[in-house]
Design a protein around this ligand. Structure first.
Ligand code: ATP
Ligand code: MG
Length: 252
């Protein structure tokens, strides 16, 4: 199953991706995490890994990819058929405790240009990726909804929107539900950083209460790891439950 993990900035996309990936791996699943956020550097640390080489470099690097895209009027195909997890070239993917990690690419220098090349490569990759029943790809998206505009979500089976306790996030849940519907993809919500004070309002205001896949409490240990950029360890009941539901096909 290919899952896009999306939501507004800072809602907990990377944290949820890391915790869920580790949980699925503990349950014996093969998991690929795709870092498709060109601006943030936290995900690999949460997974306890080094940042992998930009996947875009495999196709000649950002400038070459951009040229290929422009010369073909954005029709260039970087993949000539389906790819499986074992097709990911060596050096472009890290692995730890059953979790694989690849990254579309990062902005490394000022004035180096936009992220279109990286996004195009990763959009085509997810579209061509074929997984068996026991394999999961979790795609940690950049904040906001531009990825819908770029068509990245067209290649996934399911969207998990992380909703934090904020008006912006709850409002965005309606927009993401609409965008998901418009491309025929199921949208589920993970309420995150939930406290006693925010729980009720979040449950009442999220776009569809029937589609809440998990309610994850605000957790001091998670926050502390986020502050120091250290690996997330341990199990969290809400994430365990989410992994179980995904595995059983109850969230689909
Ligand atoms: N359940 C939680 N309890 C406490 N803190 C949390 C929880 N989930 C996430 N955080 C904290 O919130 C901050 C943002 O989390 P994270 O980086 O995962 O968000 P993001 O959506 O990936 O952000 P960005 O949009 O910048 O990529 C981090 O400091 C993280 O530790
Ligand atoms: Mg992030």
């Amino acid at each position: 199953m290919k899952i896009a993990i999306c939501g507004k900035g800072g809602c907990g996309k990377s944290t949820t991706t890391s915790l869920l990936a580790k949980e699925l791996a503990r349950a014996g699943k093969k998991v690929l995490v795709i870092d498709s956020d060109e601006s943030n550097y936290g995900l690999h640390r949460q997974l306890g890994m080094e940042l992998p080489k930009d996947f875009t470099a495999f196709f000649g690097g950002k400038q070459t990819v951009l040229q290929d895209m422009m010369l073909s009027n954005f029709a260039h195909k970087f993949f000539d058929g389906p790819w499986s997890l074992s097709d990911i070239p060596e050096g472009y993917c890290g692995e730890k405790d059953g979790v694989m990690l690849m990254a579309s690419g990062k902005i490394h220098e000022a004035n180096e240009g936009c992220a279109c090349a990286m996004n195009n490569v990763i959009q085509q990759f997810i579209m061509n990726l074929q997984l068996s029943e026991d394999e999961f790809a979790l795609m940690d998206m950049e904040a906001g909804i531009e990825h819908f505009g770029r068509g990245v979500d067209n290649g996934v089976d399911l969207l998990l929107m992380i909703v934090d306790p904020s008006f912006e996030s709850l409002r965005l849940s309606k927009k993401i539900q609409e965008l998901g519907e418009s491309i025929g993809k199921p949208v589920w919500f993970v309420l995150n950083k939930v406290t006693e004070d925010t729980r009720e309002t979040m449950l009442e205001t999220v776009a569809d209460a029937q589609k809440i896949a998990a309610v994850v409490p605000a957790d001091a240990k998670v926050a502390a790891a986020g502050l120091t950029g250290t690996e997330l360890t341990g199990s969290y009941p809400a994430i365990e439950g989410l992994a179980r539901e995904l595995t059983k096909g109850e969230v689909c």
